[in-house]
Design a binder for this molecule. Structure first.
Ligand SMILES: Cc1ncc(COP(=O)(O)O)c(C=O)c1O
Length: 385
């Protein structure tokens, strides 16, 4: 072990290891069923891996162009048009990123200055806040209303002021599985109209949405598309979270600023994967069937849990299900999550780390992007608690 003897002042003094790594390590240690982290435990489509081999063999192994290969950017622009009727210029308004995480970090680094305020809805996915703080911005938290985790737009109106530079949106929402409606978008339009507020819209679960609900992408709105940086993830859509591949779309002048940071942050992203995805994404069946696919898994999970003392707050999108355990115990959610691993061999994520304040909804988030067998084994355990 080595030790730096000089002064080291942390830029993120509050940040430790993420709850996802903590729970995954604990699950491993106790050989528990791991429904904590959001990744599939089943194989990907062999056609997709074949495409990667094909392009590696063809020699597509050197740096890709900084914004991404044109074929993939064009395919994304075509998909945005097909799905949302949005017209993006693939040259100047689409960039390929190393997962959504890098797109989010790069967007915030490029656009947030010292003292800028950024509105975040809590519970929130954990990568927004550190990026804002590193950029010198100030996160402003608006808590979602329980039990349905909807947005309190009156509260948003109260916190928005001349310093507000950005509002972070995430729909479908991790961890709660809620989705925004057309009315929510209209509220956002009216609050931002005539202001300099940007919207960072994390839409990584755009295709994982149930009962035929329409995903409310920011680019559906003529008003919001011009102020939005929209982030997507191939990891979530094609079951390849380990590839760390994603993308970002934004109006050209915002994208120019984004790319100024992107080129020094990663320069460019995995080339064979870009070629493979460019071919694969051209068939809409490869993403349009995802909602149905995960709705079936949600059905299996719900069935496996029904009749137990856990109460579901049925998710409308994502592959996460929040479960209320207040009938079982009064314990803090993090304590109960640890006990579930140690005593019952099942890992979930407590909701409290997604909050800024000390909130405890007595609820845990379970990931059902798992094989039928894993889901059934999880159900058997939960039924006995
Ligand atoms: C809401 C949300 N945004 C972003 C990400 C990160 O996506 P990626 O793996 O493409 O970086 C995740 C991953 O879990 C997520 O749930």
């Amino acid at each position: 072990m080595h030790q730096f003897e000089g002064t080291l002042t942390s830029k993120l003094p509050q940040v430790g290891t993420t709850i996802f790594s903590v729970m995954a390590a604990l699950a491993n240690q106790h050989q528990a069923i791991n429904l904590s982290q959001g990744f599939p435990d089943f194989d990907i489509d062999p056609a997709l891996s074949e495409l990667v081999y094909k392009y590696m063999r063809k020699g597509a192994n050197q740096y890709a162009p900084m914004p991404g290969i044109p074929e993939l950017r064009e395919a994304i622009a075509a998909k945005m048009e097909l799905m949302y009727n949005a017209n993006y210029d693939s040259d100047s308004e689409v960039t390929i990123t190393a997962g959504a995480t890098q797109a989010i970090f790069t967007a915030i680094s490029a656009l947030i200055k010292e003292g800028d305020e950024v509105v975040i809805f809590t519970p929130a996915y954990d990568c927004y806040n550190p990026a804002i703080e590193i950029a010198g911005g100030k996160p402003v938290y608006v808590q979602l209303k329980t039990p349905d985790y909807s947005i309190d737009w009156e509260e948003v109106k109260r916190v928005v002021n001349r310093k507000t530079r950005m509002i972070v949106i995430n729909t479908p929402h991790n961890p709660t599985g809620t989705v925004l409606s057309k009315t929510d978008l209209e509220m956002l339009e009216s609050i931002t109209k005539g202001t300099d507020i940007l919207i960072l819209s994390d839409e990584v679960y755009e295709h994982i949405i149930f009962e035929g609900t329409q995903h409310q992408s920011m680019c559906r709105s003529e008003e919001l598309i011009n102020r939005s940086i929209i982030v997507g993830s191939f990891g979530k859509t094609f079951h390849v979270t380990g590839w760390k591949m994603g993308y970002c779309t934004a109006p050209a002048n915002i994208m120019t600023e984004f790319r100024k940071v992107h080129q020094f942050n990663v320069f460019s992203c995995n080339r064979p994967a870009q070629h493979a995805i460019a071919d694969y994404i051209k068939d809409p069946d490869n993403y349009n069937k995802l909602g149905e696919f995960y709705q079936t898994k949600r059905g299996l999970f719900v069935e496996a849990v029904l009749g137990s003392r856990f109460k579901l707050r049925l998710c409308r999108g994502t592959y996460f299900q929040v479960i209320d355990y207040s009938e079982i115990t009064d314990e803090k959610d993090s304590d109960f999550a640890v006990r579930l691993v140690k005593e019952h061999g099942i890992a979930a994520i407590p909701l409290s780390p997604f909050y800024h304040s000390a909130s405890d909804d007595k609820a845990l988030r379970f990931c059902f992007a798992k094989s039928q067998e894993t889901i059934q084994r999880a159900g058997e355990i939960l039924q006995k608690i």
